[in-house]
Design a binder for this molecule. Structure first.
Ligand code: ATP
Length: 507
């Protein structure tokens, strides 16, 4: 665990040092849980976004895009249930004045028990060697059984209190477990209170009683409110989907989770409108499709798992998360939800407009059912970054840090480097870059020894370094160095483009 925390810190430091991610307003000591993407971060993020967009919109005839506004009529959030129910149970520590999610404090306590169990398993594995039977060990070792029982008891109490919105019971649980403020160590807690996650602001043009608008907490409602517009103007036939990428805002109370939990983040959502009764078939279909997409990012399958929801939200009849093994553990990266007709029916009721589909095959009108895929762009960025981050010791004993990004996601595809800053090499290098830059994101650099320039490109994940040297002036060849193998080859300038292109294919 210590190692993973260490790795997480290194990734965050690396992201800052190499222009991927900065804390927002850093010169004013930062704004908590808000981040800015730097020069290389924005490229990586755009590449992930474009890959998602293509996979959804370009590769599916029956999925179209949308870019809805962040502000929406306030009634949207009444209809969707966010005004009444989009809240977290919060607790404040009276001494440190820090605010926490009460359920997360308890979940962290449970995670610590889990870590103890895992430690015992590793120890026993070493002790018993080949003959170790994990299942049998878990079922018979008294210390581990005690841990498991404790964890299950805590989980039972927490989830029953959460289900019943019994906030005093959550506070009692925190007190019974002796949970202390992770910052101050104090156990001096306030009561648990509900805290709505939506940011509100004023919009003058609306009537007196309805001038409070929200920054959208999810992009999905922009899709639902435009269902009729898109269906009619695009003459869409069910099943069809509407995809959207955009900002969402949640007033999350969190500390130190970097891009995993932000107050302003980006979602990539697709709502698939289907015939009632066929939603579970499509739910299974999209679960598989979305997992395939994750694997196309060049991340190994063992880093992912499904987590099927046992307890369903009031609007869903099936739901699963795709979880990724972040350095902070397996956590949700995408949700796939069968949302029934909950949203469209609610908007029909609140707006008084008929939101229906005439199905010519069935000769029938109905409110379509919806299967949603909802993925966080920032969490995907973090997944790609943490999977790519590698520290290597080379044969000569030196260290290098590299991002093994799949080339199609890399911020820079080729760095063009004149060996020295004289003898006409910079001019020749500019010529090379001019022949490539309309097709690929390129980078030019002439300062420092070539080895150091290579290292800097490794650190941002550039798949190819092209070096222009004195021989280039004679025979129009360059050396091309591949990032992962560090192998170098001499090739004609005309061949560079083809080599890069070949590596840019998606898995
Ligand atoms: P969590 O349980 O982690 O709070 P959620 O279930 O509330 O997530 P959804 O409402 O299903 O999340 O949102 C869909 C996706 O949006 C999530 O899978 C996640 O990738 C992303 N997301 C949600 N909240 C945040 C956040 N605060 N920061 C970054 N990404 C987020």
């Amino acid at each position: 665990m210590a190692n993973n925390e260490d790795k997480f810190k290194k990734i965050i430091a690396h992201a800052k040092e190499y222009g991927f991610v900065f804390q927002s307003s850093e010169i004013y000591d930062g704004l908590s849980a808000v981040y800015d993407y730097g020069q290389h971060g924005v490229e990586l993020k755009n590449n992930i976004k474009n890959h998602w967009w293509k996979s959804m919109v370009q590769y599916h005839e029956n999925i179209v895009g949308l870019d809805a506004a962040i502000f929406m009529h306030p009634t949207v959030w009444k209809a969707s249930g966010h005004v009444d129910a989009f809240s977290d149970p919060m607790i404040d520590n009276k001494d440190s004045k820090k605010r926490y999610r009460a359920d997360v404090l308890v979940e962290n306590y449970m995670a610590k028990i889990e870590q103890k169990i895992q430690k015992e398993i590793i120890k026993a594995g070493k002790r018993f060697g080949e003959s170790f039977d994990k299942e049998q060990y878990l079922a018979t070792n008294s210390r581990v059984m005690d841990y498991q029982k404790k964890r299950d008891d805590v989980a039972k109490r927490l989830y029953s209190a959460m289900d019943n919105e019994d906030f005093p019971a959550i506070k009692t649980l925190i007190e019974d477990l002796g949970i202390a403020d992770p910052v101050s160590g104090s156990k001096n807690w306030t009561d648990v209170r509900q805290f709505n996650l939506m940011f509100a602001t004023q919009m003058g043009s609306l009537s007196e009683d309805a001038n409070e608008v929200y920054l959208r907490p999810e992009t999905a409602q922009g899709i639902f409110t435009n269902y009729l517009n898109v269906q009619k103007s695009g003459r869409m036939k069910i099943p069809f989907g509407i995809a959207q990428v955009g900002k969402a805002f949640r007033n999350e109370i969190v500390a130190r989770q970097f891009l995993f939990r932000m107050k302003e983040f980006e979602q990539m959502e697709m709502q698939y409108f289907v015939r009632p009764g066929e939603e579970l078939k499509w739910y299974e279909y999209w679960k598989e499709e979305r997992m395939k997409w994750h694997l196309s990012l060049g991340i190994p399958a063992e880093k992912y798992r499904f987590h099927d929801h046992e307890k369903l939200a009031h609007y869903a009849n099936a739901a699963a998360d795709i979880e990724f093994e972040f350095p902070i553990g397996f956590k949700e990266i995408e949700g796939i939800h069968s949302r029934t007709d909950f949203d469209l029916a609610a908007h029909q009721e609140y707006s008084g407009r008929k939101i229906q589909y005439f199905d010519p095959e069935l000769n029938q009108n109905y409110i379509p059912y919806v299967v949603e895929t909802s993925i966080g762009l920032d969490r995907t960025f973090l997944a790609v970054l943490s999977n790519a981050f590698h520290e290597e010791t080379l044969d000569d004993g030196s260290q290098r840090v590299l991002l093994k990004l799949p080339p199609f996601l890399a911020p820079v595809k080729a760095a063009i480097l004149p060996l020295v800053k004289k003898d006409g090499l910079p001019e020749k290098a500019r010529e090379v870059i001019d022949s490539l830059k309309y097709d690929y994101m390129c980078f030019y650099e002439e300062k420092d020894a070539i080895g150091r320039r290579y290292r800097r490109q490794d650190a941002i994940g550039t798949p190819y370094c092209i070096t222009v040297d004195h021989q280039t002036l004679k025979d129009n060849t360059v050396t091309i160095r591949e990032r992962d193998s560090m192998e170098q080859e001499r090739i004609p300038v005309d061949a560079i483009s083809e080599i890069i292109k070949k590596r840019l294919t998606v898995n």
